[in-house]
Design a protein around this ligand. Structure first.
Ligand SMILES: Cc1ncc(COP(=O)(O)O)c(C=O)c1O
Length: 506
């Protein structure tokens, strides 16, 4: 039999020694809140109950979970919580006091003392568990996720200064108030019906796509939507086609499911449809703005892709990750609009429109897939938090998204032009800018040297953060170049950043 109880003033349950930053945080927390820690007593343990208590509290003190100054919970409360005699607890406290781990306070109670006891040996890093070879092939993409360099040209970033914080905060407050009575239960795994209705109007307005709320699944972003779709559409060993170069996390998530991923080349008209592997059951494509080369999938290729997929019953995921920002031509019709066979799943995200930190996007899914996807959602994560969903819904309905996009488009259009000008005014730099006309990045082909590692070191030293083109190749020999993100860099900094960049290549 084992007994467990929560003791206030003791800061955490884990037995393993946590990292230093955790200690600092917990010291702060337990002084403020007296956060509880589980204590376990086992009647089958050969040690006495007093010794078991003493050992656990002493260990919490020596490994920092119980910091100096923390109050030990009154012995009566501990005895009651654990269902044991009070003398068992007072004996344990007396031993801690006698050995200098705690001291009694006038007026009652005991507090933890600062101590010089050596830190206990860290437990050996567990070796029994290891990722499968398949999981181990998946790599993180992107560098310096939380860094704030002097010049930030990292791909995939948006400008946090543009985020409409006050509006978002107001919408969040309203969401909290309206949802308070729903806090006792789980939400709809497809996403709240109110947000799904709003999204049907949004895709109709922004992309001309006619759908119903029943066909919308709210996700944690475009990548997550692709993950869900692959899980319900493919079996391990099936073949999926992705663009090469492309967005590496897509290849990673597919491979982690045991899917064989084939890279299909991309040229100035987008994915080369003639090169699709016959066996592919799913094609992931970025028609509005190919990542990373920037091409728009031509109308001819769109129709060819749909014919190809329609004949085979293969799924096409239309990843429309950044189409809200376009600077030159009008967008082409989405694949979803041209689809006559029901093979296309349109995937949208608010990561670029608003912020990647919100983790919210959606998929427009053929009706036959909805039950399987929602059941999977329920099994895995139960969907997007209702507060975020409701906030986004109010944010869109009240016109804040439209206002934000109007403002952001102007800012990003200025940056796009400034970057084009800065890059094209470099005489004999060796860079070839590719003709992208949308989104938040511009891709340059570059001379072969330096290689990525060297470039990272040199650029970081100079306060410049970059994304390499080479790293977007997963299936074939990479081309040297840069994917220059202009979402986060203030427009006046662009000329200096580009001058600095060219100096790295000398
Ligand atoms: C092609 C592509 N798909 C998906 C994503 C990620 O979108 P999300 O944050 O919605 O998962 C990105 C991010 O840059 C991308 O480039």
């Amino acid at each position: 039999m084992s007994l467990a109880g929560q003791i206030d003033g003791i800061s955490a349950a884990a037995d393993a020694a946590p990292p230093a930053s955790w200690h600092a945080e917990q010291t702060k927390l337990s002084r403020i809140t007296g956060a509880p820690m589980e204590l376990f007593l086992d009647a089958g343990d050969e040690r006495s109950l007093t010794t078991q208590l003493y050992d656990q509290i002493r260990r919490a003190i020596t490994d920092g979970r119980l910091p100096a100054g923390a109050r030990l919970q009154p012995s009566r409360a501990v005895a009651q919580a654990l269902g044991i005699a009070r003398s068992t607890v007072t004996d344990a406290y007396a031993r801690l006091t006698a050995e200098g781990y705690a001291e009694g306070r006038r007026g009652g109670g005991s507090v933890v003392l600062g101590h010089d006891a050596p830190q206990p040996e860290l437990p050996e890093a567990p070796t029994a568990l290891a990722p499968t070879a398949r999981a181990a092939t998946v790599r993180r993409y992107g560098v310096g996720l939380e860094s704030h360099p002097r010049y930030d040209l990292t791909a995939g970033r948006v400008d946090p200064r543009l985020f409409p914080l006050a509006d978002w905060r107001r919408c969040t407050n309203r969401a909290l108030t309206s949802l308070a009575r729903d806090f006792g239960h789980y939400s709809d795994p497809a996403g709240s019906i109110e947000l799904r209705r709003t999204l049907t109007h949004w895709v109709a307005r922004s992309r001309g796509i006619a759908t119903t709320a029943d066909q919308i699944v709210v996700t944690h972003g475009a990548g997550h939507a692709t993950d869900l779709l692959a899980r319900v559409l493919l079996r391990p060993g099936d073949v999926a086609a992705v663009e090469e170069p492309g967005y590496p996390p897509i290849t990673g998530l597919l491979r982690s499911q045991g899917i064989e991923v084939v890279g299909v080349p991309v040229d100035e008209h987008g994915m080369v449809v003639d090169a699709l592997p016959d066996a592919a059951r799913l094609v992931h494509v970025t028609p509005s703005h190919q990542y990373p080369l920037g091409a728009v999938l031509s109308r001819q290729r769109r129709l060819a892709l749909l014919r190809w997929a329609g004949r085979r019953g293969a799924a096409v995921i239309e990843d429309d990750y950044d189409s809200e920002f376009r600077y030159l031509n009008r967008p082409l019709e989405p694949l979803h609009l041209l689809d006559r066979d029901g093979v296309v799943v349109y995937v949208g995200t608010f990561s670029k429109m608003l912020s990647p930190a919100l983790r919210i996007g959606f998929a427009v899914v053929p009706p036959g897939l909805v039950p399987a996807i929602t059941a999977l959602r329920q099994a895995v994560d139960f969907g997007v938090p209702p507060v975020t969903s409701q906030t986004l819904r109010t944010f869109i309905e009240d016109g804040h998204l439209d206002r934000h996009l109007r403002r952001a488009r102007k800012v990003y259009a200025r940056r796009y032009r400034a970057l084009r000008t800065a890059v094209s005014s470099l005489p004999d730099s060796g860079f070839t800018p590719l003709p992208g006309q949308a989104g938040l990045h511009m891709t340059l082909l570059a001379p072969d040297e330096p290689d990525d590692g060297e470039l990272d070191v040199r650029s970081t030293r100079q306060g410049l953060q970059l994304s390499s083109l080479r790293r977007t190749y997963q299936h074939s020999p990479p081309r040297a170049g840069l994917v220059l993100g202009f979402g986060a860099i203030p427009t006046p900094d662009i000329p200096d950043a580009i001058k600095l960049l060219t100096s790295l290549y000398r």
